[in-house]
Design a protein around this ligand. Structure first.
Ligand code: MSP
Length: 619
């Protein structure tokens, strides 16, 4: 049973009032004011009568980021990674999804964008991991944080900000945020007891637990979802009035059906909000948890690591001073295991602090390995450094983004990487470039001309008989390539990057068929009419390759760069706004015609060897 009470918590919270009437700068520098009412409010979460005070009406609306339009700003974020162990491919997947979205935005020439990531360094989990490793938390965090930094850099994740929760600027933001919660009346002190799961850093209700035996064969309780052992914990904590936010959260979601994607996760959150929403313990006794940020003006308590971690999304944009330039134009990419923290706790905390919820939460599922959950104890953790070494940066990025489907768990095995990457990048894409730029069919090594007489513009491609040399199939194929950029953009917008890649591959295969169908190597270059048709076939093929190279930049940046350089596409011609496909077919001029092709005639993507396994434990 938990204490709950409907508070007169008005919608103005969600609409974004500002918690602090005082100057943010002055308040951040000065010690935050005492708890409402001066002394701690004695309360019990389970059973006791609630002494709730209404949340205070909040004043001053925050500055908002430009909401719409082409120049609109956007902060994309990855979760910040626990600094208790090295990165694995699940972490990398979260980061790659965000990176691809960020890069695609840049390609579209959208407004200013940032991609934030970092490490989550406080909490019992880290404190215990450091003790087990015979080191101190700061030392452990330093080492692991730099491993994450390296892994993300190595994987070409184009982050603009890397936040460590141990940094002073972040800690200052957390203290300020706590002050805003407290000043808004959203916190109270109570005694809390329940089953705490350290690996998940949260209390779990009985309904999410099951009986088990520990390593010594003693009965114990474990989390149903993760199998991690839980421990009974009873202590004095500060509680956050989460229960008061049930209706505002529901309203927020009803008003914003795109707020959580893919849709099944949106429904999952709505379902959670139908159930009981108990208040949330947001601090731990300092005697148990020293590795964290002390509660302002109560040094006996440490701020709950999830509150601390979530605030990274604000500290990165300069909270409490300059965040209004970005907030709430924010999209969080998160794994399904941390959905409740992002889609229930975080928006409620934000509302309570007088800020609007993030614009979107983009959720992905998990990678399993040979059908099993990835775990250190099973020894099946996939090391991103080994994978990149084995499959190259682009090969591995391509695999994860092409095979990862956010709606459902995906299974990893090394053979699948080799198969997908060889067939789609090395053979289909690389082969197409190789064949269409071969000196045997294009000895001048230039971007050849398009001939309208060979490929005349038609209103209905089924009526092409006797009009040129292109067939109805050819018209159909160029139409599908012409619609590709928009299709890809829609899939990126809908957080379905795998579908965008599927469409691109389909077009690459169609282009190979087009090329094969017309056997340009059989055409007689001495015959002017044949030469015109030969040039047109190559021109169309290179135009297609230019589209694929441009669209693939967010996913395989190095390979795309190589491809575009070979096609002599200048850096300033690689954006989506300058991507005019087959201009000559539409009677316009094509700036590429006659251009000397790039000098690198090497293989675009080398076939991968049958793999050495990347499944290994790392330390
Ligand atoms: N520190 C928290 C996040 C705080 S954000 C304010 C955390 N860290 S984590 O290191 O455990 O996880 C980071 C991300 O990796 C999460 O999005 C999580 O879902 C993702 N993955 C962890 N294991 C995964 C797989 N096996 N597969 C795919 N992604 C997974 O949670």
């Amino acid at each position: 049973m938990q204490a709950r009470q409907r508070l007169p918590l008005a919608q103005h919270l969600y609409n974004g009032a500002c918690a602090a009437a005082r100057s943010p700068l002055a308040a951040a520098a000065a010690p935050p004011p005492a708890l409402p009412g001066g002394s701690p409010l004695p309360r019990r979460l389970y059973g006791g009568a609630a002494m709730l005070r209404p949340l205070r009406r909040l004043s001053r609306p925050p500055r908002r980021a430009a909401a719409t339009g082409p120049g609109r700003r956007l902060l994309l974020s990855t979760p910040i990674f626990y600094a208790n162990g090295p990165p694995h491919i699940g972490h990398l997947y979260s980061a790659l999804l965000a990176d691809a979205l960020h890069r695609h935005r840049r390609l579209r020439g959208a407004g200013p964008g940032r991609l934030s990531t970092g490490t989550d360094e406080h909490g019992l989990k880290i404190q215990q991991a450091a003790a087990a490793a015979g080191t101190s938390p700061p030392e452990l965090c330093e080492r692991v944080s730099s491993l994450f930094h390296q892994a993300l850099t190595h994987a070409a994740v184009s982050f603009t900000d890397f936040t460590r929760t141990s940094e002073p600027r972040h800690q200052r933001a957390v203290r300020y945020f706590w002050g805003a919660l407290r000043d808004g009346g959203a916190l109270y002190k109570g005694s809390y007891e329940g089953w705490y799961c350290t690996p998940e850093e949260c209390f779990l209700p009985e309904s999410q637990l099951t009986e088990h035996r520990d390593a010594q064969g003693r009965p114990c309780k474990v989390s149903l979802e993760t199998g991690h052992q839980v421990h009974w914990t009873k202590e004095e904590n500060y509680m956050f009035r989460l229960s008061a936010f049930q209706d505002p959260l529901r309203k927020w979601l009803r008003d914003n059906p795109q707020a959580i994607s893919p849709h099944p996760f949106y429904q999952r959150v709505l379902h959670w909000l139908e159930e009981d929403l108990p208040d949330l313990s947001v601090s731990r006794e300092r005697s148990r948890l020293q590795w964290g940020i002390p509660v302002p003006s109560d040094s006996t308590q440490t701020i709950y690591v999830w509150v601390d971690a979530l605030v990274n999304y604000l500290s990165v944009v300069g909270y409490p001073e300059t965040h209004g330039e970005w907030w709430p134009a924010v999209h969080h990419v998160v794994g399904k295991d941390i959905l409740k923290f992002h889609a229930v706790y975080w928006p409620a905390l934000l509302m309570a602090a007088g800020l609007a919820p993030p614009e979107r939460i983009l959720v992905h599922s998990h990678w399993t390995v040979h059908g099993q959950k990835m775990s250190k104890s099973l020894g099946n953790v996939i090391d991103p450094f080994a994978c990149i070494g084995q499959y190259t940066v682009d090969g591995f990025r391509y695999f994860l983004l092409r095979q990862g489907v956010p709606e459902r768990d995906c299974d990893y095995y090394d053979e699948k990487v080799v198969k997908v990457v060889n067939s789609e990048l090395a053979d289909a894409l690389g082969g197409l470039l190789n064949r269409s730029t071969a000196l045997s069919i294009n000895p001048s090594n230039t971007y050849p001309c398009f001939s309208e007489s060979c490929f005349p513009k038609v209103l209905d491609y089924r009526e092409t008989k006797g009009m040129g040399r292109a067939s109805a199939e050819d018209y159909e194929f160029v139409a599908s390539v012409a619609s590709l950029p928009l299709q890809v953009a829609n899939y990126f917008e809908g957080f379905q990057i795998y579908k965008a890649l599927e469409c691109i591959v389909l077009c690459v295969r169609q282009t190979n068929s087009f090329f094969q169908r017309h056997r340009p190597w059989k055409l007689n270059r001495k015959d002017p009419a044949e030469q015109l048709w030969l040039d047109t076939i190559i021109h169309v093929t290179l135009e297609c390759l230019r589209v694929y190279g441009t669209l693939l930049q967010p996913v395989i940046p190095h390979t795309a760069d190589r491809l575009l350089s070979r096609l002599a596409v200048e850096p300033e011609e690689r954006g989506l706004s300058s991507l005019t496909f087959l201009a000559r077919y539409n009677g316009k001029s094509c700036p590429f015609e006659g251009r000397q092709l790039g000098p690198d005639t090497g293989i675009l993507f080398h076939r991968l060897e049958k793999s050495r396994h990347c499944t290994d434990l790392q330390t």
